[in-house]
Design a binder for this molecule. Structure first.
Ligand code: SF4
Length: 337
């Protein structure tokens, strides 16, 4: 659909890039209250940090009265964006400019099937060091070819008027001109409109997390990252053994459950047979020395004594090992150490 042509729909429709955060929620609210129908689009790149995120996003959409749609692009993201960003990385493994550009390009392609007239995002000029500097916003716009149809309601008044503003689909005067990192205006507006529980649970994108980024960088030195590998990177202690095998050991009950669920054919499960201990996973096909060491390391993190021997199952085989006297001996194998 050509967005400049009069729409047959009763009102204008916008697709909002939606992260679940306060800014993207407020951007939706600012446009929705002007009679525009908004569809909140969450693009899943695979590096969100918590299970409760979907619930949270739904709650935010319910509060501002818009429909939530999610789109899984994890595979495309790994193949085309994460390891080859045109504009490089931020402080960690976060290719934010390319990532935003990719999301906006995808949203633009959905405009026709979803009969939308324009796009909106919660970006604020100057808020984030990498992706929301003014020049970075321009790069994102260019990368996604969304010039003129991408409205940023929180910073609209400090940006050139976009098509929806010039055409009068949206009244620019009712939008905001926020710049910088100070969140005062957003928090005040959230209070005024009565938004509840708007803090995102469990933090944001793991690609901006230093420890996660180290694990990811280390992983790709040994293996090709596939969508199925991401879940295991999100949990447990990560170790690299002398023969090259990867070992992941659960830190607590939730980790153990996550590791159990995340084991793919690339990994074999490890568990202590005669003591309580963590669930662990080792690279499938690991050499004998790494398997035995993995059993010893896993036993060290169990409810075990260094004075005793334990039976540990590694894949289909069992090993009798004695735990290390202290956990300090395990540190040499840690990826983050
Ligand atoms: S923080 Fe993560 S999701 Fe957001 S733009 Fe950067 S890489 Fe993409």
């Amino acid at each position: 659909m050509n967005p400049t042509k009069p729409s047959e729909k009763s009102s204008r429709r916008a697709i909002a890039l939606f992260s679940g955060g306060l800014d993207s929620t407020l951007a939706i609210w600012l446009v929705k209250r002007q009679g525009v129908e908004v569809i909140a689009l969450n693009v899943d790149i695979g590096f969100g940090s918590t299970k409760s995120k979907l619930e949270h996003m739904q709650s935010m959409c319910d509060q501002v009265g818009v429909e939530l749609r999610t789109l899984d692009i994890r595979d495309q993201y790994l193949r085309e964006i994460l390891f080859n960003p045109k504009y490089g990385y931020g402080k960690n493994f976060n290719p934010c400019i390319d990532c935003h550009g990719n999301m906006f390009r995808i949203a633009r392609e959905l405009m026709e099937p979803w009969e939308a007239d324009f796009l909106i995002s919660g970006e604020v000029v100057g808020q984030r060091p990498m992706s929301q500097r003014r020049d970075a916003l321009d790069l994102v716009t260019n990368l996604s070819d969304t010039s003129d149809i991408l409205l940023r309601p929180l910073s609209a008044k400090v940006l050139p008027p976009t098509l929806p503003e010039r055409e009068g689909w949206v009244d620019r005067e009712q939008l905001l001109g926020i710049t910088g990192r100070n969140r005062e205006v957003q928090l005040k507006l959230a209070e005024e409109i009565g938004l509840k529980d708007f803090e995102k649970p469990g933090g944001g994108c793991l690609l901006t997390d230093e420890n996660f980024s180290k694990k990811l960088a280390e992983f790709v030195k040994y293996d090709t990252l596939e969508v199925e590998d991401i879940a295991l990177l999100k949990c447990g202690r990560h170790l690299r053994l002398p023969g090259g095998a990867k070992l992941v050991i659960g830190r607590h009950k939730e980790d153990n459950e996550m590791i159990d669920a995340a084991i793919t054919p690339k990994y074999e499960k490890i568990r202590l047979l005669d003591a309580t201990g963590p669930v662990a996973a080792i690279s499938a096909g690991a050499g004998e020395a790494d398997r035995e060491l993995a059993a010893k390391l896993t036993a060290t993190y169990g409810k075990t004594s260094p004075e005793q021997s334990y039976t540990v199952q590694v894949g289909e085989r069992t090993y009798t090992v004695t735990p290390y006297p202290t956990k300090a001996e395990c540190q040499q194998y840690f990826i983050n150490s």
